[in-house]
Design a binder for this molecule. Structure first.
Ligand SMILES: CC[C@H](C(=O)O)C(=O)SCCNC(=O)CCNC(=O)[C@H](O)C(C)(C)COP(=O)(O)OP(=O)(O)OC[C@H]1O[C@@H](n2cnc3c(N)ncnc32)[C@H](O)[C@@H]1OP(=O)(O)O
Ligand SMILES: [Co+2]
Length: 145
């Protein structure tokens, strides 16, 4: 595996609206996208940009709030009612090659690649196989290579 760009840090929250106020007023975030629902993934999503070197090439905080009926984040929020750091997402050039590599290393890939919040294929690797970190792997958007 070749470590790729940290695309985002997933942060689960019981309320994206409250988290937006926090990232704007406490953290001074200036670029916060309009929240949007991803019903097939059972989440409401909102990206908060973080500046990188010279204000560009930063990463993002991906705020995720469970939509009614979502089990996975609801379970996390039962254990962590205030929310918290949920997953880390790294980019790869080829999602299928990456999936085969993780499986060859005996890591539990959770489900088949599906379209994530950036519109490219993603999959997750079980936290128990990743040092306790739920890890999302995302194919780099075309043109971003
Ligand atoms: C819209 C897509 C968007 C994007 O970026 O494109 C997203 O990122 S959506 C993010 C939400 N979707 C997912 O997280 C899908 C993958 N997650 C899962 O399949 C589950 O959350 C799973 C299997 C990781 C955990 O399932 P569950 O919450 O039901 O808890 P379990 O009791 O089964 O947990 C087993 C074990 O793992 C520990 N755990 C659970 N969640 C996390 C976490 N976020 N980070 C670290 N560890 C986690 C949990 O404590 C259990 O530990 P154990 O010691 O075995 O008790
Ligand atoms: Co994510």
């Amino acid at each position: 595996m070749k470590l790729g760009r940290l695309n985002h840090i997933g942060v689960a929250t019981p309320s994206i609206a409250d988290s937006i106020v926090f990232y704007r007023d406490v953290m001074g975030a200036t670029t916060i996208c309009e929240p949007f629902d991803m019903p097939d993934q059972g989440v409401k999503v909102c990206f908060v940009d973080t500046p990188g070197d010279g204000g560009t090439n930063g990463t993002q905080i991906e705020l995720i709030e469970p939509l009614p009926g979502n089990a996975s984040i609801a379970g996390f929020l039962e254990r962590n009612p205030q929310g918290g750091q949920h997953h880390m997402c790294y980019e790869v050039p080829d999602i299928h090659a990456a999936k085969a590599e993780f499986e060859a290393m005996g890591k539990r890939v959770l489900g088949e690649p599906r379209i994530g919040a950036h519109g490219t294929p993603i999959f997750f690797v079980h936290p128990r196989d990743m040092g306790g970190v739920l890890t999302e792997i995302m194919e780099t958007p075309k043109g971003d290579h």
